[in-house]
Design a protein around this ligand. Sequence first.
Ligand code: EPU
Length: 343
Amino acid sequence: MEVREHYSLKRHNTFGLDVKARRYIRLESPDESEAAAEAARGMPILFLGEGSNILFLDDFDGAVIHLDADGPIRFEERGDDILLDIPGGKRWHDVVEETVRRGWSGIENLALIPGKAATAPVQNIGAYGREIADVLESCKAYDFQTGRFRTFRAEECRFGYRHSIFKEPEYRDRFLITFLRLRLRKNGTPLTDYGSLRRELERRGIVRPGPLDVFEAVSAIRRRKLPDPARIGNAGSFFKNPVVDADAYRSLSNRYPDMPAYPLPDGRYKIPAGWLIEKAGWKGYRRGDVGVHPRQALVLVNYGGATGREIYRLSQDIVRDVEDKFGIRLEREVRVIPPPPED
Ligand code: EPU
């Protein structure tokens, strides 16, 4: 375990913001959880994977807990299924890559998502028609309040769109996820309904895609559209895609017949926030070192020297403008630390 004081988090958040943590605690194994809890006692806690979904407005006046424990994935066959036990500190993309190389299906659509395995269930990562909730059996977590390990079965995780129990007030900043158990298919058929994925596979002339084909197609789409955080600071989608009721959808689609929308089972519609932001004229916008990515309007970027507050102010301007133009209030998908007063 490594403990540092007033430690720069620049390398630990994908926006590349140079903020400091009062204390930084790096665990090399889940066995160090108790010692980490002891070292953080009395301070606000923040669990950080790769910091790929977070916007710091200030230094963090508390203890950052960073699980850096890599290690092998354990496999167990169960008929046509395969169960995987994944150390929380493993890079998510490495997990995806290893499974597709073995020909297993289930998470190939979730290629190139930055972050650690441990943080994937927290916001129920999702892309191209698949969410981790679809394949997660359980996760093991250390409770910083009681000092005990606890296993959460998938049903207990309260998964929703970019949501889980680990985001809810009484669970947030309390459970350090140390292991994931996933159930994949040995000979499964990948999910390829998502429009841009289907088109990419067609373009490649692939008729019966396997997991590796989907993995490569998704990686290609993401590389084209999304900025690489190693080069341009960003946290992926900054906002969630809003959901509107059928009346609101009808009046909007009368006004904007080209507006994409996805019907939900409950009769409501999900509207791509990227489309709304682009239509409002923000795509490619830049002021100083903050901007809206030119190829995906849902992504805010730090071109180098931006501060968290500048990025946040830009997001406020976008929220106001989209609300004025479309009557839809966008919600942020990234976690803002410290939480700002409602704007
Ligand atoms: N669109 C625009 N302009 C834009 C961006 C998108 O018109 O600037 C339109 C596209 O043409 C398309 C629709 O919006 O018709 C959807 O676009 P896309 O397929 O790029 O997906 P998204 O809804 O913008 C969501 C996730 C992404 C995920 C993709 C693919 C959220 C908040 N975002 O984006 O997740 O990769 O779908 O499944 O749900 C992330 O969470 O960080 C993330 C990147």
